[in-house]
Design a protein around this ligand. Structure first.
Ligand code: G4P
Length: 528
């Protein structure tokens, strides 16, 4: 197959949702369709169970397992589909944000009863900012939930999306009869026990036909006709370009658990979802079909087994082909590196591959060369943009508890930060180190890993910070110098050497912004 065709057949995406909306179940059903797994239940272990929130070792163990499910690839109707796993657990939200830099589109799963939830809001906001094409899947239609139109409204209001339904439910919960597929103009009837089999669909392009009444009953047929009329009246027709430009989001309804509405979703997805898209580097826009290889690290997974200390760096291929044993330039280190056993991911297995294409993810064994955001190329000095850091939500001083092991401690901290476990800030005033995390759980993870992997001990001390803001330090004027002098106690340097203002309250943040209007404070580390 030609290089261009290989690119055109790839679909690399992520599924995002609030925990429990059905992301894991949907992933599994997509794999079933792709013939990549034979039975339901196979992907379950990818999930961080609710009960494990205070047991971080269990979480790490599960994260270890989830290396295998970090990327799930399968072939469906000749398309190579790469699903990138996005942890739903909020303490690992930063992992998910970073993974979103490597996807070409997303599917957002929403629970019909719960509607738009907190985590969905945050993730969709990131996708909106990055103009990632999104398809919405409203799940659990076999249960009683919110009215479909109310839910569509809620999605528009709370997520700031412009939706258009491509399927519509016939009833819901106890009365759930099936789905009318607006996109394909057919009906899929719900039999209630379709857990393991994949349903047949009935072509049905004229809903005014009396046949509909015989099929689903007069009442349901009447309701469906009214609903579809309303859909056509209220929502614009689906426009592929608007979807690709993230200006319109198609919506599907279904029940992942019952394998219902999933085929419709997948068939439409492979047709409309984008193949690998061009990506902005600091230097220029890079097209997927350029012959020279380039890619970037979006995730690093540490091996929890002390006997095999190496890490796996996940690279998204942006352009060209990645070949085994060929030297590539590690742009930040200005070093050529060769990889003798790059891993590709297929269903739940990893295997060594010779050639990978744009859109694919390769896992490279790493002994400490890589940081999140690093770029690899054929030789050109490119630096990919788009791995921002967000303000952490928790901040603590980290202290060395074993003075004999300070070297180990600093090395450990350094490497864990490269993996993106947390963020490190060094106070300008006294050089003290502050660790910022999204979830409180990471502190335990860091302490445990420092001790078991680096032989170092640490303690923490509270440091009340409300938000970290990156300071745009370009304007070196009197106001900026005054800001630096007055706020000295609250200034720190992050790991990339950027200046950060650690505001201790919302009030002080507002006051600072008012008092020093020319000092730009940003809430992510990436300035566009
Ligand atoms: P997540 O990855 O988004 O966190 O969600 P997951 O797929 O694990 O689903 C969360 C719960 O919702 C699971 O039940 C799952 O079986 C259920 N679920 C998913 N899709 C549907 C659906 O279409 N209809 C109904 N009724 N339930 C659905 P659980 O009891 O928490 O877990 P389990 O014991 O089934 O593993």
């Amino acid at each position: 197959m030609s290089f261009e065709k290989e690119i055109a057949r790839r679909r690399t995406f992520g599924i995002i949702s609030h925990p429990d909306a059905g992301k894991t179940t949907l992933t599994e059903k997509l794999l079933l369709f792709g013939g990549a797994i034979q039975e339901a239940g196979a992907v379950k272990n990818n999930k961080i169970k609710k009960t494990a929130t205070s047991d971080f070792m269990e979480i790490e163990r599960q994260r270890g397992i989830s290396v295998a499910t970090s990327v799930l690839a399968f072939i469906y109707k000749d398309k190579k589909i790469n699903i990138l796993d996005t942890p739903g657990h909020k303490d690992f939200a930063e992992d998910t944000f970073r993974t979103l830099t490597a996807v070409d589109s997303v599917i957002v799963v929403i629970d019909v009863a719960k509607g738009v939830e907190e985590q969905t809001k945050k993730l969709v906001e990131v996708c909106r900012m990055r103009k990632i094409p999104m398809i919405v899947f409203i799940n659990k239609l076999d249960r009683e939930g919110k009215d479909a139109f109310d839910l569509l409204d809620e999605v528009e209001q709370k997520l700031g999306l412009s939706v258009t339904p491509l399927s519509f439910p016939i009833g819901m919960g106890y009365d759930f009869k099936g789905i009318y597929n607006i996109y394909e103009k057919n009906i899929n009837l719900f039999s209630g026990n379709s857990k393991s089999n994949i349903e047949d669909t009935i072509a049905f392009d004229d809903v005014s036909s009396p046949e509909l009444d015989t099929m689903i009953g007069e009442k349901a047929a009447g309701e469906l006709r009214d609903n579809l009329e309303l859909v056509h009246g209220v929502y614009p027709p689906f426009d592929t370009n608007a979807y690709l430009e993230a200006q319109q989001q198609p919506v599907f309804f279904g029940s992942a658990l019952n394998n219902f509405g999933v085929r419709e979703l997948l068939d439409c997805f492979i047709e409309i979802a984008p193949a690998p898209r061009p990506k902005k580097a600091e230097e220029r826009l890079v097209m997927a079909n350029e012959t020279d290889f380039s890619g970037f690290v979006f995730k690093i997974h540490a091996n929890m087994d002390p006997k095999h200390r190496d890490r796996l760096a996940f690279i998204k291929i942006v352009s060209g082909t990645f070949e085994r044993n060929k030297p590539y330039l590690h742009v930040r280190n200005k070093k050529k590196l060769k990889f003798s056993s790059p891993n590709a991911f297929f269903a739940e297995k990893k295997e060594i591959v010779d050639v990978s294409y744009p859109g694919d993810i390769v896992g490279l064994h790493d002994t400490g060369n890589f940081k999140i955001g690093d770029t690899l190329t054929n030789g050109e000095a490119l630096n990919y943009k788009g791995i921002p850091s967000f303000s952490p939500e928790h901040f603590r001083y980290i202290n060395n508890a074993d003075p004999m092991k300070s070297k180990q401690l600093y090395k450990g901290i350094d490497q864990l930060m490269d993996e993106g476990v947390a963020q490190l800030f060094t106070l300008e005033l006294n050089g003290r180190k502050v660790i910022g995390t999204v979830g409180a759980l990471q502190y335990e993870v860091i302490q445990y890993r420092l001790e078991h992997e680096y032989g170092a001990k640490c303690t923490y001390e509270n440091f009340p910070v409300h938000k970290a803001c990156w300071v745009d330090a370009e304007a070196d004027n009197d106001e900026f110098r005054e800001f630096k002098r007055v706020k000295q106690k609250f200034l720190a340097i992050d790991k990339r050497g950027q200046l950060v203002f650690l505001a201790d309250s919302q009030f002080s943040l507002q006051m600072t912004q008012q008092k020093y209007p020319t000092v730009k404070l940003r809430f992510t580390s990436e300035f566009e």
